[in-house]
Write a protein that binds this ligand. Structure first.
Ligand SMILES: Cc1cc2nc3c(=O)[nH]c(=O)nc-3n(C[C@H](O)[C@H](O)[C@H](O)COP(=O)(O)OP(=O)(O)OC[C@H]3O[C@@H](n4cnc5c(N)ncnc54)[C@H](O)[C@@H]3O)c2cc1C
Length: 514
């Protein structure tokens, strides 16, 4: 198959393929990659853009499944730990990194609770070992003295602090970047990946899809149709019932909790094993999350955090840090909806199934829903395996467990590359391609292509241009809210907008000239 580029709209899209994938969050992008690498022809579409839905509102963690273990779901926990290891060591070492996590043992944490925390982290390490993930990738947990704890997180309240437990999990550079990279890898194996293309009707034999740029509709025939539309899955297949739950994060500047370079798990007062997370990000911001609020009614395009959630998260942080952030320190806030499958006989969303499910309805559409970013690869593998087993597709075995995404390389190799650090962090070994493309398309010198928007906004013109030329970005929102994440802070978004417009103009002009 020949490599294709991600493009907006449906011009020249195929109308007869093996697989149509509906939705380009992490799940749909993963299915497109799995199918294309099995040699199948693929059309994968999103009504809006890559990572438009839940996949860009996550905590950006690569989870080892400890939470499942706490609920006795050993198989699901093991699966999550295995997928974490694959992502960090094989498929996306360039987009993931080990994240140290400190659980402070303050006066409000009793001896029993401290022992439970220690046991949990040890069990998490057993999961790591069971998944054959190297201790070099995720070191073993250990106890920290009070002095060590305050050296790692000087902003913590010191009164009553006995020490801390230190554990490790994976962190993503950026969830939307993972989606974009998986989608671009799928395109490199020949999948046709199109944004601004909404499926308005689907059966197992094909879809009707509308080009949102021109309004034109097309009928596409397929041997299998995969509904990977997350919280919107019920709109395309009424047999799928979801009960979304909202998770909110706050965005703070790094200077608000100075020198916090490790994640801090803050026990939620009056609970035994619930935590809020303070998560330093590679771009210098800090996220604070996470809530779990059941939601009812129509699913919005962009969910909004409630004031009550913002106050709750600020309150939890205040219990652990010397100078607690105030409402004015909250420079951004975002919310995402978990696509939780309704399981009969349960009420609370925290009891609903968090594993993925694959369902084929009477119409023949196959829906894959649930799971998480960490397990996207396994979700895709299970979906294609199910379609092959049912005789709907004729294809070989899954290849993705040993298939690096575009730009992947071991940390050592990445450290040796001479390309600009910001680009290496977000594109791995493709950093050189990003810069070479920007040079060629714009004719500009490196100092103009690589200068950050400002001291607090590290985004460069080079990556924005590449977003247009190689990643299907169509407008300012695609560039600032999904190819980069400047949009998470409103004032930063405004400061980066002129550069995004310039990238669109320069790349558009170059495309017009060819
Ligand atoms: C607050 C929060 C925090 C989380 N944190 C983590 C974490 O740290 N680590 C982790 O591993 N997981 C995490 N998760 C879980 C993870 O984010 C989700 O499971 C995952 O992103 C779901 O991806 P998806 O592709 O299934 O859905 P989505 O990302 O929502 O994608 C669905 C896509 O379908 C498109 N679409 C809808 N209807 C149509 C149509 N008719 N035609 C074409 N396209 C359509 C939408 O535009 C959208 O882009 C978190 C979830 C939440 C809510």
């Amino acid at each position: 198959m020949t490599a294709t580029r991600i493009t907006p709209g449906l011009a020249d899209a195929p109308t007869d393929v093996d697989v149509v994938v509906v939705g380009l969050g992490i799940t749909g992008a993963g299915v497109a990659l799995d199918a294309a690498t099995r040699g199948l022809s693929v059309l994968a579409v999103d009504a809006h853009d890559l990572a438009f839905g839940t996949s860009r509102w996550s905590s950006k963690m690569v989870h080892g499944g400890l939470r499942y273990l706490a609920k006795g779901q050993v198989g699901v926990a093991h699966e999550s730990a295995v997928e974490r290891g694959i992502l960090m060591e094989i498929t996306a070492p360039h987009l993931t990194r080990p994240m140290p996590m400190v659980v402070p043992l303050s006066s409000s944490v009793g001896r029993v609770q401290a022992a439970v925390t220690r046991g949990g982290l040890m069990a998490g390490d057993l999961l790591r070992r069971g998944a054959h993930t190297e201790a070099e990738t995720l070191p073993k947990p250990r106890h920290l003295t009070r002095t060590e704890t305050l050296r790692l997180v000087p902003a913590l309240r010191s009164a009553g602090l006995r020490g801390a437990m230190l554990g490790w999990d994976g962190q993503l550079e950026d969830d939307a970047r993972l989606v974009t990279t998986v989608a671009r890898t799928a395109a490199s194996y020949g999948a046709h990946v199109r944004t601004r293309a909404r499926v308005t009707a689907a059966t197992g034999a094909g879809v009707t899809v509308r080009d949102e740029l021109t309004g034109a509709t097309y009928d596409v025939r397929a041997r299998a149709v995969v509904n990977a539309t997350g919280v919107w899955a019920g709109d395309l297949d009424e047999q799928v019932r979801l009960r979304p739950s909202r998770g909110t994060h706050l965005v703070l500047r790094g200077s608000t909790l100075p020198h916090t370079r490790v994640a801090v798990m803050v026990p939620i007062p009056d609970t035994t094993s619930r935590f809020a997370m303070v998560l330093p990000q590679p771009d210098g911001t800090i996220y604070v999350g996470l809530t779990d609020e059941p939601v009812t009614g129509p699913v919005p395009d962009v969910p909004q955090p409630s004031e009550a959630e913002i106050d709750f998260l600020l309150g939890v942080v205040a219990s652990a840090f010397t100078t607690p952030p105030t409402r004015d320190d909250v420079v951004g806030a975002f919310a995402g909806l978990r696509p939780l499958l309704e399981v009969s006989g349960t009420d609370a969303t925290s009891d609903l199934s968090r594993r993925h499910a694959i369902l084929t309805s009477a119409t023949g559409v196959t829906t894959v829903v649930g799971g998480k970013l960490t397990t996207y690869r396994r979700m895709a593998q299970d979906t294609l395996d199910a379609l092959v087993a049912a005789g709907r597709l004729d294809a070989g075995p899954c290849r993705t467990a040993s298939l690096p995404l575009l730009g992947a390389a071991a940390p050592d190799e990445l450290r040796r590359t001479s390309a600009p650090a910001r680009l290496v962090r977000r594109f791995g070994t493709d950093a050189g391609l990003v810069l070479a493309t920007a040079r060629e398309v714009t004719g500009l010198a490196d100092d103009e292509l690589l200068v950050p928007v400002s001291e607090v906004v590290p985004v460069t013109l080079a990556e924005l241009v590449f977003g247009v030329t190689h990643e299907g970005a169509h407008d300012v929102a695609d560039l600032l809210d999904r190819r980069t994440r400047v949009g998470l802070v409103t004032t930063d978004r405004a400061s980066a907008e002129p550069l995004a417009r310039r990238a669109l103009e320069l790349a558009g002009r170059a495309a017009g000239a060819t």
